[in-house]
Design a protein around this ligand. Structure first.
Ligand code: ZN
Length: 116
């Protein structure tokens, strides 16, 4: 078993937007990219932020700043971009390594491992 497979999820947090003028209405916003392990070695990739509104909407599946949800009524629907992607442990590790490189010396980039 790979080291990270003992975790339920991994969050790559980007806090570098905190001081931007555009976010100065409240406490600031934090963007994250996450991986949630749905079954051994299979991770669901998602995007999110600590504050969602019409103003800063983006797709949780692909991270694009568009609403890809197609509502078919009765709570049914789908994402026009194809929905959440599933990736392997190797891909998650590669992404973490890239993120670790970028965050060197920058406290705004945080990696969080969750066991639940
Ligand atoms: Zn999308």
């Amino acid at each position: 078993m790979k080291e990270i497979e003992k975790y339920k999820s991994v969050y790559l947090r980007n806090r570098s937007f905190y001081e931007e003028e555009i976010w100065r209405t409240g406490t600031g916003v934090e963007y994250y990219e996450g991986y949630s392990q749905k079954s051994p070695g299979k991770w669901q990739h998602f995007y999110g932020s600590t504050r969602l509104s019409d103003y800063d909407y983006f797709c949780p599946c692909c991270g694009e700043s568009e609403d890809h949800w197609v509502d078919q009524g009765n709570g049914e629907g789908y994402y026009s971009c194809g929905g959440y992607k599933t990736v392997t442990t190797e891909e998650v590790q590669k992404r973490i390594a890239e993120f670790e490189t970028r965050r060197k010396g920058d406290d705004n980039y945080v990696v969080e491992y969750r066991e639940k």
